[in-house]
Design a protein around this ligand. Structure first.
Ligand SMILES: [Zn+2]
Length: 129
């Protein structure tokens, strides 16, 4: 299933095109669901750490997956035995809120230092000396 123009509320600096990609749901058992995100992409407006200019950073994530479980109790049990973050399926209407997952996928890809194109070229040149 493809999606486009998603705007996670917590990421306020996302570009006009929003977030796009593909999503796949796989039921693991009656209490848990595996959600795979593929080819996630978006543009994020960033401020360069070096020159403080605004620049656009393209984010591309080939694949990211998370597990969603039926309730908080299972989530807590599962998180004790694994490092991964687990999300909870909305019990009222059995939907999943993908926003926290999008945010996590994007945050994981966040560079340690944010540099605009000009600065990253300059830094690269300096490191070659
Ligand atoms: Zn810069």
């Amino acid at each position: 299933m493809k999606f486009e123009k998603q705007f996670p509320e917590e990421i306020t600096n996302i570009g006009d095109q929003g977030l796009s990609g593909e999503i796949e749901f796989k039921s693991l058992n009656q209490d848990s669901l595996l959600v795979n995100l593929k080819n996630l992409s978006c543009i994020i407006n960033e401020i360069c750490d070096r020159c403080s200019e605004n620049y656009m950073r393209k984010v591309e994530i080939d694949g990211y997956s998370s597990r969603f479980v039926a309730n908080e109790k299972i989530k807590n049990e599962e998180e004790e035995s694994s490092e991964e973050e687990i999300f909870v399926i909305n019990a009222k209407d059995e939907t999943v809120d993908l926003e926290p997952m999008f945010i996590q996928a994007i945050r994981l890809e966040e560079p340690f230092v944010k540099l605009c194109k000009k600065c990253s070229e300059e830094v690269e040149k300096l490191s070659e000396l």
